[in-house]
Unconditional design. Structure first.
Lengths: 623, 169
């Protein structure tokens, strides 16, 4: 295989598909990335501004040209404003997703949800208690309606607190309040970013960044957490389940349907419809052995965690899945979906089906999905896929052999159950040093990094150093493909972690879900800190996003740091044009929120930063 | 010998060429690392705007170059074979005679020292950094003959199209 292809991905299945793509002259993100080189230096540094029409303005990073925009904005102002707008978009994406889930819960409670039900009543009741909603003598529907209304109210509310922020240790909440960054309402903080970053409003980079942290907290402890919790109520709280991951999960003799995007509201129904006897019979009629649903990106994680639906791949494999020639339908909702899929699927029999009124793609078949008619629409979509099976050209089918087993489904509840109902065994292992600490490794793929290289090497290095890894998103899928989510992967861990994993029968890398489920990691950290009587920033924990690319990742990074967790980024955010902002994020923040960012593209060096950080935190705790 | 040509209708004024030029003339040759360097990396070409028209100006490496002719210390010299005009900072005394005679105004100065800086056609690269960086391909690095041929083809196509229209009337 060509060196150039090997350099694009470490995943053998991806390499096989990239070779096919090259042979058939099919363009992928890697080709487009090359065509974008060299990328705009002003953009890379964050020193361009298009916030008003006196511009666009740029600042010369080498000091020869302009040092200020037309309005007088310095590099500090441009970089801080740009970063805030990324946070706004990321927080909006997670939170608008949450809004849809809350809306679905409301419709379900009102009996208008076209096929949804309340799967985790115990969690519903716990959430109701948290919101102060009376339980006695009330039906599940009544309680669910109140919880839905309470959650929906948090988006538009003008005064805080956002309920789930109070899951954080009191000291953390105190820090937020003293800094004036305790979020008031989810939408309010996002809107305020757009206001503050308008021409001529907030021009103090520290004041700007602080508000960015506030909006990100409204995501992590607000929007994202609401999405996670209410999805658990509607679709069930994940429990350990086994499945498989990588393009090898596609089946040569079945109708292959890929769900790609982020909201389980759609994928749950697709999974259900794919088991409908009528459609299974139709599949047989058209010559297929059955209907095979597989996931990509976070909607894939959602159905993987709850139903063991296999994963076809992570973010950078969305095009490769179509290039297998074996996909009857790629069904998408929102976020991280390449518009390039339309042209690519037109080179195959694959139907590219968009479903969200918020996300249309030129060239796609649009089959709009609404909660009230969810199951019927899902059936229609699956039927379209099944009817497409006879159009598959067997000569063009290239399904790679690669797939790996995985054990997933580690919600906080599932982790507690695995520990026997209490955090004590985990804390004991941490105190004894068998487990040195916990690292949340998350985030996207990015063609700036060899596909999965950053993810896999960092995670392997961390577990080798007895650091338990919790994972979500595309990192989780990379780990699944690499076999790191098998209990047997404990063999790759240091002796301490290996012993704990083997005793509990769990992998050294715990899949906690989708990107909104990073909120589960926050909940776990809060619970550990509360049990130990310390702040989150005192814990031997760290975060990392080795291959991040999206604005959502910026919001995540911001709320993780604002929650007191040291975070290492593997690709450089567009902030280096301002040494002041860079200094604040990578050093000054430590004295403000008790955590900071680091940027380290080399996953081995990045893992070392985390190991050293955890060692220092352990020493400070005296363990 | 390849030269840097500018397609006058292509420049959108993004200044990417300038940034790439400065980075290429840094010690690290990478944007992020170059930010903290001293001496501060300097660009050697300049995007100018006249009315709505934008265009990058850069050293034309003139034959019998005036900057070389007026340089009294030998800092400016023209390679006998490649005809590239380069500047030796160790010999430069900052008299700015070169600046006075350059018809394009493309000789700059180092920030920290009173000496000139100018385009050296990126001796470490196959294609000059400004050409690689240009997102609209306004800058082309090619033989003069090839560029002229390209211009002739465009002109010929326009003539033929005009002729065709005239015939149709």
């Amino acid at each position: 295989m060509k060196e150039e292809i090997l350099q694009r991905s470490i995943d053998p299945a991806a390499q096989v598909m990239l070779a096919v793509a090259e042979k058939e002259h099919l363009e992928t993100a890697w080709d487009r990335f090359e065509k974008q080189q060299p990328q705009c230096g002003f953009g890379e540094l964050g020193v361009c501004c298009r916030h008003c029409n006196m511009g666009p303005c740029r600042i010369d990073p080498f000091g020869e040209g302009p040092a200020r925009g037309v309005c007088g904005a310095t590099a500090d102002i441009m970089v801080a404003r740009g970063l805030l707008r990324m946070i706004a978009a990321g927080a909006a994406a997670h939170s608008d997703h949450a809004r849809d889930v809350a809306h679905t819960l409301k419709l379900t409670a009102e009996g208008k949800g076209g096929g949804y039900a309340i799967k985790d009543e115990a969690k519903l009741r716990r959430l109701a208690e948290e919101y102060g909603i009376p339980l006695d003598g009330r039906s599940t529907q009544e309680i669910a309606l109140d919880v839905a209304h309470a959650a929906l109210a948090e988006f538009g509310q003008q005064e805080g607190p956002i309920r789930f922020t109070r899951r954080a240790p009191a000291r953390r909440v105190d820090t937020w309040q003293k800094l004036g960054i305790d979020p008031r309402g989810i939408d309010r903080e996002i809107v305020e970013i757009m206001h503050r970053t308008h021409m001529g409003v907030d021009n103090d980079y520290v004041n700007l960044i602080l508000h960015g942290l506030r909006a990100s907290l409204a995501d992590g402890w607000g929007g994202s957490m609401i999405a996670t919790e209410l999805q658990d109520v509607l679709f069930g709280t994940p429990q350990p389940v086994r499945s498989e991951a990588n393009l090898g999960v596609l089946k040569a003799d079945q109708v292959n349907i890929i769900v790609h995007g982020h909201e389980p509201i759609l994928s749950e129904m697709i999974v259900a419809a794919a088991q409908d006897p009528e459609l299974v019979a139709l599949a047989k009629e058209v010559g297929a052995q059955g209907i095979n649903v597989a996931g990509i990106c976070c909607t894939g994680n959602e159905v993987l965690m709850r139903h063991g639906i296999p994963v076809a791949g992570n973010f950078l494999q969305q095009e490769l899945a179509i290039i297998t020639g074996a996909v009857e339908a790629m069904i998408v909702d929102v976020q991280c979906i390449f518009p390039a899929l339309a042209d690519l699927s037109s080179c195959f029999h694959t139907k590219f089906i968009s479903t969200s009124p918020k996300a249309k793609f030129p060239g796609a078949t649009h089959m709009e999905f609404h909660e009230e008619t969810a199951y019927d629409t899902a059936k229609a979509i699956v039927r379209t896929a099944v009817e497409n099976y006879p159009r598959r050209n067997p000569a063009r089918v290239h399904i790679p052999d690669e797939k790996s087993e995985c054990m997933v489904g580690f919600s906080v509840e599932a982790i507690l159950a695995a520990l026997g109902g209490s955090l004590d065994p985990l804390l004991g292992a941490i105190k004894s040093g068998a487990i040195q600490g916990i690292a949340g490794v998350v985030g996207c793929n990015n063609p700036k990094v060899q596909h999965d290289y950053g993810h896999i090497n960092m995670v392997k290095e961390l577990i080798r150093n007895n650091i338990l890894v919790v994972t979500t998103g595309c990192n989780a899928q990379a780990c699944a493909k690499a076999g790191l989510l098998r209990p047997e992967a404990a063999e790759l861990a240091g002796d301490g972690l290996k012993g704990v994993c083997q005793a509990l029968g769990v992998p050294p890398v715990l899949h906690m879900g989708s990107c909104v489920d990073i909120s589960r990691i926050l909940v776990a950290c809060a619970a550990i800190a509360n049990t130990m009587g310390v702040d989150i920033s005192d814990l031997p924990v760290a975060g990392a996003a080795p291959e991040w690319m999206s604005e959502k990742a910026v919001s995540i990074g911001a709320y993780v740091v604002a929650s007191g967790i040291f975070t290492v980024l593997g690709t450089v955010p567009p902030v280096l044009g301002s040494s002041n902002v860079t200094q604040l994020l990578t050093a000054g923040a430590e004295g403000v929120v008790g955590a900071r960012f680091a940027v380290e593209p080399d996953p081995f060096k990045a893992a070392r930063l985390i190991v050293d950080h955890i060692t220092a935190k352990r020493a400070a705790l005296g363990i | 010998m390849k030269e840097i040509f500018v397609r006058l209708d292509r420049c959108v004024g993004c200044h990417s060429c300038e940034l790439a030029c400065a980075v290429e003339h840094s010690a690290a040759k990478s944007l992020f690392a170059a930010l903290a360097e001293a001496p501060v990396p300097r660009k050697r070409l300049y995007v100018e705007q006249v009315l709505t028209h934008k265009l990058p100006l850069l050293c034309r490496h003139c034959e019998d170059a005036p900057c070389v002719r007026v340089c009294r210390t030998g800092a400016m010299s023209q390679d006998a074979v490649s005809r590239i005009v380069t500047h030796d900072p160790e010999r430069c005394i900052g008299c700015w005679m070169c600046t006075m005679v350059c018809p394009y105004g493309v000789i700059g100065r180092q920030l920290e020292r009173r000496i000139a800086v100018k385009c050296d056609r990126c001796p470490d690269r196959e294609e000059p950094a400004c050409v690689t960086a240009c997102p609209t391909r306004a800058l082309l690095y090619m033989e003069e003959e090839d560029f002229s041929e390209r211009m002739r083809r465009v002109a010929a196509a326009e003539v033929v199209e005009g002729y065709g229209r005239a015939q149709a009337v």
